[in-house]
Ligand binder design. Sequence first.
Ligand code: ATP
Ligand code: MG
Length: 546
Amino acid sequence: MDEVKNFLEEKIESDLKEGHCTSVMTRFPPEPNGYLHLGHAKSICLNFGLAQQYGGATNLRFDDTNPVKEDTEYVDSIKNDIKWLGFQWKDEFYASDYFEQLYQWAVELIKKGLAYVDDQSQEEIRLNRGTVQQPGTPSPWRDRSVEENLDLFRRMREGEFPDGSKVLRAKIDMASPNMMFRDPLMYRIIHADHHRTGSKWCIYPMYDYAHGQCDSIEHITHSICTLEFDVHRPLYDWFIEKLGIFPSHQYEFARLNVTYTLMSKRKLLELVKGGYVSGWDDPRMPTICGIRRRGYTPEAVRAFATKVGVAKRDNLIDLSLMEWCLREDLNKRSNRYMVVTDPVKLVITNWEDGKEELCTAPKNQECPEAGTRTVKFGKELYIEREDFMENPPKKFFRLQPGGEVRLKYSYIIKCEEVVKDAEGNIVEIRCTYDPTTKPGSEGAWRKVKGTIHWVNANDCRKVHLRIYDRLFLEPDMGNIPEGRDYKEFLNPDSLVEKDAFAEPNLLNDDSGIAVQFERNGYYAQDPDSTAEKPIYNKATGLKSSY
Ligand code: ATP
Ligand code: MG
Protein backbone atom coordinates (compact mmCIF):
# COMPACT_ATOMS: atom_id res chain seq x y z
CA MET A 1 0.00 0.00 0.00
CA ASP A 2 1.28 3.46 -0.82
CA GLU A 3 2.01 5.56 2.22
CA VAL A 4 0.17 8.86 2.24
CA LYS A 5 2.65 11.62 1.50
CA ASN A 6 2.87 14.65 3.75
CA PHE A 7 2.84 18.15 2.28
CA LEU A 8 6.64 18.46 2.50
CA GLU A 9 7.20 15.22 0.62
CA GLU A 10 4.71 16.36 -2.00
CA LYS A 11 6.44 19.71 -2.34
CA ILE A 12 9.89 18.17 -2.62
CA GLU A 13 8.72 15.66 -5.22
CA SER A 14 7.12 18.35 -7.33
CA ASP A 15 10.19 20.60 -6.99
CA LEU A 16 12.42 17.78 -8.16
CA LYS A 17 10.08 16.87 -10.99
CA GLU A 18 9.67 20.42 -12.22
CA GLY A 19 13.36 21.16 -11.92
CA HIS A 20 13.07 23.80 -9.18
CA CYS A 21 15.91 21.95 -7.55
CA THR A 22 18.16 19.08 -8.59
CA SER A 23 18.77 17.69 -5.12
CA VAL A 24 17.43 18.25 -1.64
CA MET A 25 19.41 20.20 0.91
CA THR A 26 17.99 20.79 4.39
CA ARG A 27 19.46 22.16 7.59
CA PHE A 28 18.87 21.88 11.30
CA PRO A 29 19.45 25.33 12.83
CA PRO A 30 19.56 25.21 16.64
CA GLU A 31 20.41 28.20 18.73
CA PRO A 32 23.11 27.00 21.15
CA ASN A 33 21.34 28.41 24.20
CA GLY A 34 20.11 25.21 25.82
CA TYR A 35 19.81 21.46 25.46
CA LEU A 36 17.68 19.94 22.73
CA HIS A 37 14.22 18.69 23.61
CA LEU A 38 11.65 16.41 21.99
CA GLY A 39 10.46 19.23 19.73
CA HIS A 40 13.94 19.51 18.32
CA ALA A 41 14.08 15.73 17.96
CA LYS A 42 10.98 16.00 15.78
CA SER A 43 12.61 18.71 13.68
CA ILE A 44 15.86 16.71 13.39
CA CYS A 45 14.03 13.57 12.27
CA LEU A 46 12.11 15.62 9.75
CA ASN A 47 15.04 17.54 8.27
CA PHE A 48 17.47 14.64 8.18
CA GLY A 49 14.73 12.17 7.28
CA LEU A 50 13.53 14.12 4.23
CA ALA A 51 17.06 14.62 2.94
CA GLN A 52 17.80 10.90 3.34
CA GLN A 53 14.55 9.95 1.67
CA TYR A 54 15.38 11.98 -1.44
CA GLY A 55 19.13 11.31 -1.56
CA GLY A 56 20.07 14.76 -0.31
CA ALA A 57 21.95 16.03 2.71
CA THR A 58 21.47 18.08 5.85
CA ASN A 59 23.72 20.71 7.38
CA LEU A 60 23.98 21.43 11.05
CA ARG A 61 24.00 25.17 11.47
CA PHE A 62 24.26 26.83 14.83
CA ASP A 63 22.23 29.97 14.88
CA ASP A 64 24.67 31.85 17.11
CA THR A 65 23.59 35.40 16.42
CA ASN A 66 22.92 36.33 20.04
CA PRO A 67 26.22 36.36 21.95
CA VAL A 68 24.72 36.78 25.43
CA LYS A 69 22.78 33.54 25.75
CA GLU A 70 25.04 31.15 23.89
CA ASP A 71 27.68 28.74 25.04
CA THR A 72 29.97 25.97 23.73
CA GLU A 73 28.60 23.61 26.37
CA TYR A 74 25.36 23.67 24.40
CA VAL A 75 27.11 23.22 21.06
CA ASP A 76 28.70 19.98 22.26
CA SER A 77 25.51 18.59 23.75
CA ILE A 78 23.55 19.37 20.59
CA LYS A 79 26.03 17.51 18.38
CA ASN A 80 26.03 14.59 20.76
CA ASP A 81 22.23 14.42 20.79
CA ILE A 82 21.92 14.48 16.99
CA LYS A 83 24.43 11.64 16.66
CA TRP A 84 22.65 9.68 19.35
CA LEU A 85 19.42 10.01 17.37
CA GLY A 86 21.29 8.33 14.55
CA PHE A 87 21.89 11.18 12.12
CA GLN A 88 25.03 12.57 10.56
CA TRP A 89 25.18 16.08 9.15
CA LYS A 90 27.08 16.95 6.00
CA ASP A 91 28.71 20.19 7.14
CA GLU A 92 28.82 21.94 10.46
CA PHE A 93 28.36 25.67 10.14
CA TYR A 94 27.75 28.63 12.37
CA ALA A 95 25.76 31.71 11.46
CA SER A 96 28.79 33.56 12.83
CA ASP A 97 30.87 32.06 9.97
CA TYR A 98 28.87 34.35 7.73
CA PHE A 99 29.07 37.58 9.72
CA GLU A 100 31.40 39.22 7.19
CA GLN A 101 29.24 38.19 4.23
CA LEU A 102 26.09 39.32 6.01
CA TYR A 103 27.74 42.65 6.74
CA GLN A 104 28.70 43.08 3.09
CA TRP A 105 25.16 42.31 2.01
CA ALA A 106 23.85 44.88 4.47
CA VAL A 107 26.18 47.43 2.88
CA GLU A 108 24.76 46.43 -0.50
CA LEU A 109 21.22 47.01 0.71
CA ILE A 110 22.20 50.42 2.09
CA LYS A 111 23.68 51.30 -1.29
CA LYS A 112 20.43 50.26 -2.95
CA GLY A 113 18.56 52.60 -0.60
CA LEU A 114 16.94 49.58 1.09
CA ALA A 115 18.42 49.98 4.57
CA TYR A 116 19.16 52.84 6.96
CA VAL A 117 20.66 53.55 10.34
CA ASP A 118 18.04 54.58 12.89
CA ASP A 119 18.95 56.52 16.06
CA GLN A 120 15.60 55.90 17.76
CA SER A 121 15.61 53.81 20.92
CA GLN A 122 14.16 50.29 20.72
CA GLU A 123 11.19 51.62 22.70
CA GLU A 124 10.54 54.46 20.22
CA ILE A 125 10.85 52.06 17.33
CA ARG A 126 8.31 49.77 18.92
CA LEU A 127 5.83 52.60 19.57
CA ASN A 128 6.25 53.99 16.06
CA ARG A 129 5.54 50.65 14.37
CA GLY A 130 1.80 51.31 14.68
CA THR A 131 -0.74 48.53 14.99
CA VAL A 132 -2.42 46.14 12.60
CA GLN A 133 -5.17 48.78 12.16
CA GLN A 134 -2.87 51.80 12.13
CA PRO A 135 0.12 52.44 9.91
CA GLY A 136 3.44 53.12 11.60
CA THR A 137 5.18 56.49 11.86
CA PRO A 138 8.35 56.74 9.75
CA SER A 139 11.53 57.31 11.70
CA PRO A 140 12.97 60.86 11.52
CA TRP A 141 16.20 59.14 10.34
CA ARG A 142 14.52 57.17 7.58
CA ASP A 143 15.70 59.42 4.78
CA ARG A 144 19.36 59.66 5.63
CA SER A 145 21.61 59.70 2.57
CA VAL A 146 23.29 56.53 1.42
CA GLU A 147 26.69 58.09 2.28
CA GLU A 148 25.63 58.92 5.80
CA ASN A 149 24.16 55.44 6.31
CA LEU A 150 27.31 53.77 5.03
CA ASP A 151 29.44 55.90 7.31
CA LEU A 152 27.28 55.29 10.38
CA PHE A 153 26.98 51.54 9.76
CA ARG A 154 30.77 51.26 9.41
CA ARG A 155 31.20 53.15 12.66
CA MET A 156 28.62 50.91 14.34
CA ARG A 157 30.80 47.99 13.39
CA GLU A 158 33.91 49.74 14.62
CA GLY A 159 32.43 50.08 18.07
CA GLU A 160 31.96 53.85 18.16
CA PHE A 161 28.44 53.70 19.58
CA PRO A 162 27.04 52.24 22.78
CA ASP A 163 24.52 49.42 22.94
CA GLY A 164 21.03 50.46 21.95
CA SER A 165 22.05 53.82 20.48
CA LYS A 166 21.57 52.83 16.84
CA VAL A 167 20.19 50.01 14.74
CA LEU A 168 20.22 49.16 11.07
CA ARG A 169 16.75 48.72 9.59
CA ALA A 170 15.48 47.56 6.25
CA LYS A 171 13.58 50.30 4.46
CA ILE A 172 10.40 48.62 3.29
CA ASP A 173 6.95 49.95 4.14
CA MET A 174 5.82 51.53 7.40
CA ALA A 175 2.18 51.04 6.38
CA SER A 176 2.40 47.39 5.34
CA PRO A 177 -0.41 45.20 6.65
CA ASN A 178 2.33 42.68 7.49
CA MET A 179 3.94 44.15 10.59
CA MET A 180 7.15 42.32 9.68
CA PHE A 181 7.53 44.69 6.73
CA ARG A 182 7.45 47.86 8.81
CA ASP A 183 11.15 48.51 8.51
CA PRO A 184 12.38 45.44 10.40
CA LEU A 185 15.62 45.56 12.37
CA MET A 186 18.62 44.03 10.66
CA TYR A 187 21.42 44.76 13.13
CA ARG A 188 21.73 45.79 16.74
CA ILE A 189 24.75 46.87 18.76
CA ILE A 190 25.80 44.44 21.49
CA HIS A 191 29.19 44.93 23.07
CA ALA A 192 29.57 41.38 24.35
CA ASP A 193 32.02 38.56 23.77
CA HIS A 194 30.75 35.92 21.40
CA HIS A 195 31.56 32.27 22.10
CA ARG A 196 33.24 31.92 18.70
CA THR A 197 34.08 35.35 17.32
CA GLY A 198 35.20 36.81 20.66
CA SER A 199 35.29 40.61 20.55
CA LYS A 200 35.57 40.84 16.76
CA TRP A 201 32.01 42.03 16.36
CA CYS A 202 29.88 44.42 18.34
CA ILE A 203 26.97 44.46 15.90
CA TYR A 204 24.90 41.32 15.51
CA PRO A 205 22.36 40.45 12.80
CA MET A 206 18.73 39.79 13.75
CA TYR A 207 17.19 36.37 13.07
CA ASP A 208 15.15 37.62 10.12
CA TYR A 209 18.11 39.17 8.42
CA ALA A 210 20.44 36.24 9.09
CA HIS A 211 18.41 33.11 8.63
CA GLY A 212 17.41 33.24 4.98
CA GLN A 213 20.81 34.49 3.88
CA CYS A 214 22.55 31.69 5.76
CA ASP A 215 20.22 29.20 4.08
CA SER A 216 21.02 30.78 0.75
CA ILE A 217 24.80 30.63 1.27
CA GLU A 218 24.50 26.89 1.95
CA HIS A 219 22.10 26.37 -0.98
CA ILE A 220 19.43 25.02 1.32
CA THR A 221 16.53 24.09 -0.95
CA HIS A 222 13.90 23.43 1.72
CA SER A 223 14.21 25.45 4.90
CA ILE A 224 11.79 23.85 7.31
CA CYS A 225 10.67 25.64 10.45
CA THR A 226 7.72 25.81 12.81
CA LEU A 227 4.40 27.52 12.10
CA GLU A 228 5.02 30.70 14.06
CA PHE A 229 7.49 31.68 11.34
CA ASP A 230 4.93 31.83 8.57
CA VAL A 231 4.52 35.59 9.06
CA HIS A 232 8.28 35.91 8.61
CA ARG A 233 8.28 34.15 5.24
CA PRO A 234 7.61 37.24 3.08
CA LEU A 235 10.55 38.95 4.73
CA TYR A 236 12.71 35.85 4.23
CA ASP A 237 11.87 36.04 0.55
CA TRP A 238 12.31 39.83 0.38
CA PHE A 239 15.96 39.83 1.50
CA ILE A 240 16.84 36.98 -0.85
CA GLU A 241 15.12 38.66 -3.76
CA LYS A 242 16.66 42.10 -3.13
CA LEU A 243 20.12 40.56 -2.83
CA GLY A 244 19.57 38.32 -5.85
CA ILE A 245 21.11 35.30 -4.15
CA PHE A 246 20.34 31.54 -4.19
CA PRO A 247 16.58 31.19 -3.74
CA SER A 248 16.11 29.11 -0.62
CA HIS A 249 12.47 28.66 0.40
CA GLN A 250 10.89 28.35 3.79
CA TYR A 251 8.17 25.85 4.74
CA GLU A 252 6.36 25.66 8.04
CA PHE A 253 4.98 22.73 10.01
CA ALA A 254 3.27 22.51 13.41
CA ARG A 255 5.42 22.42 16.52
CA LEU A 256 5.39 19.24 18.51
CA ASN A 257 3.52 19.57 21.80
CA VAL A 258 3.22 16.61 24.13
CA THR A 259 0.81 16.23 27.06
CA TYR A 260 2.19 16.82 30.57
CA THR A 261 5.31 18.25 28.98
CA LEU A 262 6.86 21.68 28.57
CA MET A 263 8.81 22.33 25.42
CA SER A 264 10.68 25.56 25.87
CA LYS A 265 14.40 25.82 26.42
CA ARG A 266 13.90 28.93 28.52
CA LYS A 267 11.52 27.24 30.94
CA LEU A 268 13.53 24.04 31.03
CA LEU A 269 16.56 26.15 31.96
CA GLU A 270 14.53 27.66 34.80
CA LEU A 271 13.69 24.18 36.09
CA VAL A 272 17.38 23.29 36.07
CA LYS A 273 18.53 26.56 37.66
CA GLY A 274 15.78 26.47 40.28
CA GLY A 275 16.71 22.93 41.33
CA TYR A 276 13.28 21.52 40.45
CA VAL A 277 15.10 18.77 38.58
CA SER A 278 18.61 17.39 38.99
CA GLY A 279 19.88 18.80 35.69
CA TRP A 280 19.24 18.99 31.96
CA ASP A 281 19.52 15.21 31.87
CA ASP A 282 17.14 14.53 34.74
CA PRO A 283 15.14 11.52 33.49
CA ARG A 284 11.90 13.50 33.91
CA MET A 285 13.05 16.20 31.52
CA PRO A 286 11.78 16.17 27.91
CA THR A 287 15.33 16.86 26.76
CA ILE A 288 17.00 14.32 24.53
CA CYS A 289 19.66 13.70 27.18
CA GLY A 290 16.90 13.33 29.80
CA ILE A 291 14.88 10.73 27.96
CA ARG A 292 18.08 8.91 27.00
CA ARG A 293 18.96 8.61 30.68
CA ARG A 294 15.40 7.55 31.35
CA GLY A 295 15.88 4.57 29.02
CA TYR A 296 14.52 5.80 25.69
CA THR A 297 16.19 4.40 22.60
CA PRO A 298 16.89 6.40 19.43
CA GLU A 299 14.72 3.86 17.59
CA ALA A 300 11.76 4.68 19.82
CA VAL A 301 12.22 8.43 19.43
CA ARG A 302 12.46 8.16 15.64
CA ALA A 303 9.39 5.92 15.53
CA PHE A 304 7.55 8.49 17.64
CA ALA A 305 8.56 11.32 15.31
CA THR A 306 7.25 9.32 12.35
CA LYS A 307 3.98 8.46 14.09
CA VAL A 308 3.40 12.09 15.00
CA GLY A 309 3.70 13.00 11.33
CA VAL A 310 3.79 16.48 9.86
CA ALA A 311 0.85 18.73 10.57
CA LYS A 312 -0.08 22.17 9.30
CA ARG A 313 -2.03 23.00 12.42
CA ASP A 314 -0.91 23.00 16.06
CA ASN A 315 -1.91 19.97 18.06
CA LEU A 316 -1.18 18.17 21.29
CA ILE A 317 0.26 14.66 21.16
CA ASP A 318 -0.43 12.15 23.92
CA LEU A 319 2.57 11.29 26.04
CA SER A 320 1.31 7.72 26.03
CA LEU A 321 2.05 7.51 22.29
CA MET A 322 5.70 8.11 23.03
CA GLU A 323 5.68 5.47 25.74
CA TRP A 324 3.97 3.08 23.38
CA CYS A 325 6.78 3.58 20.85
CA LEU A 326 9.33 2.80 23.55
CA ARG A 327 7.53 -0.37 24.64
CA GLU A 328 7.23 -1.52 21.04
CA ASP A 329 10.96 -1.24 20.64
CA LEU A 330 12.08 -2.60 24.01
CA ASN A 331 9.62 -5.49 23.96
CA LYS A 332 11.48 -6.88 20.96
CA ARG A 333 14.97 -6.22 22.21
CA SER A 334 15.34 -5.96 25.94
CA ASN A 335 16.56 -8.65 28.29
CA ARG A 336 14.23 -9.85 31.03
CA TYR A 337 15.00 -10.12 34.72
CA MET A 338 13.00 -10.84 37.83
CA VAL A 339 13.06 -8.02 40.37
CA VAL A 340 10.95 -7.81 43.52
CA THR A 341 10.21 -4.22 44.46
CA ASP A 342 8.22 -4.70 47.66
CA PRO A 343 9.46 -7.99 49.09
CA VAL A 344 7.84 -10.42 51.47
CA LYS A 345 9.63 -13.63 52.43
CA LEU A 346 8.37 -16.98 51.19
CA VAL A 347 9.68 -20.23 52.64
CA ILE A 348 9.24 -23.62 50.99
CA THR A 349 8.84 -25.93 53.93
CA ASN A 350 9.19 -29.23 52.08
CA TRP A 351 12.39 -28.11 50.31
CA GLU A 352 15.57 -29.63 51.69
CA ASP A 353 17.67 -27.18 53.73
CA GLY A 354 20.64 -25.85 51.77
CA LYS A 355 19.53 -27.41 48.50
CA GLU A 356 19.70 -25.19 45.38
CA GLU A 357 18.55 -25.84 41.85
CA LEU A 358 18.94 -23.98 38.57
CA CYS A 359 15.92 -22.83 36.58
CA THR A 360 16.19 -21.96 32.92
CA ALA A 361 14.47 -18.81 31.71
CA PRO A 362 14.41 -17.15 28.30
CA LYS A 363 16.41 -13.94 28.04
CA ASN A 364 13.56 -12.53 26.02
CA GLN A 365 10.36 -14.45 25.23
CA GLU A 366 9.83 -12.30 22.12
CA CYS A 367 13.24 -13.17 20.74
CA PRO A 368 14.19 -16.86 21.03
CA GLU A 369 17.60 -16.18 19.42
CA ALA A 370 18.52 -14.20 22.52
CA GLY A 371 18.92 -17.53 24.34
CA THR A 372 18.40 -18.34 27.97
CA ARG A 373 19.58 -17.41 31.43
CA THR A 374 19.65 -19.48 34.60
CA VAL A 375 18.24 -18.46 37.94
CA LYS A 376 18.94 -20.17 41.25
CA PHE A 377 15.99 -21.55 43.18
CA GLY A 378 16.17 -22.36 46.90
CA LYS A 379 14.27 -22.75 50.13
CA GLU A 380 13.84 -19.05 50.88
CA LEU A 381 12.56 -16.63 48.30
CA TYR A 382 11.08 -13.15 48.06
CA ILE A 383 7.89 -12.37 46.21
CA GLU A 384 5.97 -9.10 45.74
CA ARG A 385 3.82 -8.27 48.72
CA GLU A 386 0.95 -7.44 46.36
CA ASP A 387 1.09 -10.94 44.85
CA PHE A 388 -0.31 -12.32 48.09
CA MET A 389 -3.70 -11.58 49.66
CA GLU A 390 -5.04 -13.06 52.83
CA ASN A 391 -8.68 -12.31 52.03
CA PRO A 392 -8.71 -11.94 48.28
CA PRO A 393 -11.65 -10.90 46.11
CA LYS A 394 -13.06 -13.47 43.68
CA LYS A 395 -10.91 -12.82 40.64
CA PHE A 396 -7.61 -12.77 42.48
CA PHE A 397 -5.51 -15.52 40.91
CA ARG A 398 -2.26 -14.90 42.70
CA LEU A 399 -1.16 -16.40 46.02
CA GLN A 400 -3.70 -16.79 48.85
CA PRO A 401 -4.12 -19.08 51.86
CA GLY A 402 -4.64 -22.64 50.62
CA GLY A 403 -4.17 -21.51 47.02
CA GLU A 404 -1.63 -22.43 44.37
CA VAL A 405 0.44 -20.39 41.94
CA ARG A 406 3.32 -21.13 39.65
CA LEU A 407 6.61 -19.44 40.41
CA LYS A 408 7.90 -18.23 37.05
CA TYR A 409 10.23 -20.76 35.35
CA SER A 410 9.83 -23.05 38.37
CA TYR A 411 7.45 -25.09 40.49
CA ILE A 412 3.84 -24.77 41.51
CA ILE A 413 3.62 -23.90 45.17
CA LYS A 414 0.77 -23.94 47.68
CA CYS A 415 0.34 -21.50 50.54
CA GLU A 416 0.06 -23.40 53.81
CA GLU A 417 0.55 -20.81 56.49
CA VAL A 418 1.11 -17.12 57.11
CA VAL A 419 3.41 -15.82 59.84
CA LYS A 420 2.74 -12.37 61.31
CA ASP A 421 4.56 -10.05 63.65
CA ALA A 422 3.07 -8.52 66.82
CA GLU A 423 1.43 -5.73 64.79
CA GLY A 424 -0.21 -8.21 62.48
CA ASN A 425 2.05 -7.57 59.45
CA ILE A 426 2.79 -10.58 57.34
CA VAL A 427 6.48 -11.39 57.69
CA GLU A 428 6.62 -14.82 56.10
CA ILE A 429 4.52 -16.97 53.82
CA ARG A 430 5.07 -20.69 54.28
CA CYS A 431 4.41 -22.89 51.28
CA THR A 432 4.95 -26.37 49.97
CA TYR A 433 6.03 -27.11 46.42
CA ASP A 434 4.87 -29.85 44.08
CA PRO A 435 8.07 -31.60 42.87
CA THR A 436 6.31 -32.99 39.78
CA THR A 437 5.71 -29.52 38.32
CA LYS A 438 9.20 -28.43 37.39
CA PRO A 439 9.16 -27.04 33.82
CA GLY A 440 10.38 -29.68 31.40
CA SER A 441 9.40 -32.54 33.68
CA GLU A 442 6.43 -34.84 33.16
CA GLY A 443 4.18 -33.16 35.67
CA ALA A 444 4.88 -29.70 34.29
CA TRP A 445 1.64 -29.69 32.30
CA ARG A 446 -0.38 -29.05 35.43
CA LYS A 447 -1.87 -25.58 35.07
CA VAL A 448 -2.77 -23.02 37.71
CA LYS A 449 -4.33 -19.62 37.11
CA GLY A 450 -1.58 -17.41 38.49
CA THR A 451 2.12 -17.07 37.78
CA ILE A 452 4.25 -14.77 39.88
CA HIS A 453 7.89 -13.73 39.82
CA TRP A 454 10.35 -14.18 42.66
CA VAL A 455 13.98 -13.88 43.63
CA ASN A 456 16.13 -16.30 45.60
CA ALA A 457 16.83 -14.89 49.08
CA ASN A 458 20.29 -16.41 49.15
CA ASP A 459 21.81 -14.70 46.14
CA CYS A 460 19.48 -11.85 45.15
CA ARG A 461 21.06 -8.41 44.94
CA LYS A 462 19.85 -5.17 46.38
CA VAL A 463 19.29 -2.50 43.74
CA HIS A 464 18.00 1.03 44.05
CA LEU A 465 15.06 2.13 41.93
CA ARG A 466 14.11 5.60 40.80
CA ILE A 467 10.51 5.44 39.74
CA TYR A 468 9.54 8.37 37.57
CA ASP A 469 6.19 9.75 36.62
CA ARG A 470 5.22 12.71 34.40
CA LEU A 471 6.82 15.96 35.54
CA PHE A 472 3.60 18.00 35.30
CA LEU A 473 0.04 17.22 36.31
CA GLU A 474 -1.64 19.37 33.68
CA PRO A 475 -2.04 17.81 30.21
CA ASP A 476 -1.87 21.01 28.17
CA MET A 477 1.12 22.81 29.61
CA GLY A 478 1.27 25.16 26.64
CA ASN A 479 -2.12 26.63 27.59
CA ILE A 480 -2.17 27.02 31.33
CA PRO A 481 -4.61 29.63 32.68
CA GLU A 482 -3.53 33.28 32.53
CA GLY A 483 -1.70 34.40 35.62
CA ARG A 484 -0.70 30.92 36.78
CA ASP A 485 2.92 29.85 36.88
CA TYR A 486 3.81 26.61 35.16
CA LYS A 487 5.79 25.55 38.22
CA GLU A 488 2.52 25.32 40.18
CA PHE A 489 1.71 22.30 38.03
CA LEU A 490 4.79 20.28 38.90
CA ASN A 491 3.92 16.76 39.99
CA PRO A 492 5.10 16.33 43.61
CA ASP A 493 5.29 12.56 43.09
CA SER A 494 7.26 12.58 39.86
CA LEU A 495 10.08 10.70 41.59
CA VAL A 496 9.74 7.89 44.13
CA GLU A 497 12.86 6.07 45.27
CA LYS A 498 12.99 2.61 46.75
CA ASP A 499 15.17 -0.44 47.10
CA ALA A 500 14.40 -3.75 45.46
CA PHE A 501 15.83 -7.28 45.21
CA ALA A 502 16.98 -8.46 41.81
CA GLU A 503 18.12 -11.75 40.35
CA PRO A 504 21.92 -11.55 40.11
CA ASN A 505 21.94 -11.75 36.29
CA LEU A 506 20.66 -8.18 36.16
CA LEU A 507 23.97 -6.86 37.39
CA ASN A 508 25.81 -8.57 34.53
CA ASP A 509 23.56 -7.26 31.78
CA ASP A 510 25.68 -5.84 28.99
CA SER A 511 22.97 -5.18 26.41
CA GLY A 512 23.44 -1.41 26.61
CA ILE A 513 19.71 -0.74 26.49
CA ALA A 514 16.94 -0.71 29.07
CA VAL A 515 15.89 -4.08 30.47
CA GLN A 516 12.52 -5.45 31.39
CA PHE A 517 11.72 -6.20 35.01
CA GLU A 518 9.23 -8.98 34.42
CA ARG A 519 5.60 -8.15 35.15
CA ASN A 520 6.66 -4.60 36.03
CA GLY A 521 8.22 -2.38 33.38
CA TYR A 522 11.34 -1.21 31.58
CA TYR A 523 14.29 0.12 33.51
CA ALA A 524 17.61 1.64 32.50
CA GLN A 525 20.73 1.59 34.57
CA ASP A 526 21.56 5.11 35.69
CA PRO A 527 25.04 6.59 35.19
CA ASP A 528 25.08 7.34 38.94
CA SER A 529 25.24 3.57 39.56
CA THR A 530 28.18 2.11 41.42
CA ALA A 531 29.09 -1.50 42.22
CA GLU A 532 27.91 -0.90 45.79
CA LYS A 533 24.73 0.85 44.77
CA PRO A 534 23.29 -0.12 41.37
CA ILE A 535 20.60 2.38 40.37
CA TYR A 536 17.82 1.80 37.85
CA ASN A 537 15.51 4.39 36.31
CA LYS A 538 12.00 3.38 35.40
CA ALA A 539 11.54 4.21 31.73
CA THR A 540 7.92 3.10 31.46
CA GLY A 541 5.55 0.45 32.71
CA LEU A 542 4.42 -2.53 30.66
CA LYS A 543 1.06 -0.92 30.06
CA SER A 544 -0.07 2.66 29.62
CA SER A 545 -0.77 4.30 32.94
CA TYR A 546 -2.78 7.23 31.58
P1 ATP B 1 12.55 26.83 22.25
O1 ATP B 1 11.31 27.63 22.04
O2 ATP B 1 12.37 25.61 23.05
O3 ATP B 1 13.72 27.66 22.71
P2 ATP B 1 13.47 27.21 19.63
O4 ATP B 1 12.56 27.08 18.49
O5 ATP B 1 13.83 28.56 20.09
O6 ATP B 1 12.93 26.33 20.81
P3 ATP B 1 15.85 26.65 18.20
O7 ATP B 1 17.16 26.17 18.71
O8 ATP B 1 15.76 28.02 17.68
O9 ATP B 1 14.82 26.44 19.40
O10 ATP B 1 15.23 25.62 17.17
C1 ATP B 1 15.93 24.79 16.30
C2 ATP B 1 14.92 24.16 15.37
O11 ATP B 1 14.06 23.29 16.10
C3 ATP B 1 14.06 25.20 14.70
O12 ATP B 1 13.97 24.90 13.34
C4 ATP B 1 12.75 25.06 15.41
O13 ATP B 1 11.69 25.42 14.57
C5 ATP B 1 12.72 23.58 15.78
N1 ATP B 1 11.85 23.36 16.94
C6 ATP B 1 11.95 23.91 18.16
N2 ATP B 1 10.94 23.52 18.96
C7 ATP B 1 10.18 22.67 18.23
C8 ATP B 1 8.99 21.91 18.48
N3 ATP B 1 8.37 21.94 19.65
N4 ATP B 1 8.50 21.14 17.48
C9 ATP B 1 9.14 21.08 16.30
N5 ATP B 1 10.24 21.76 15.99
C10 ATP B 1 10.77 22.55 16.94
MG1 MG C 1 14.85 30.10 19.25
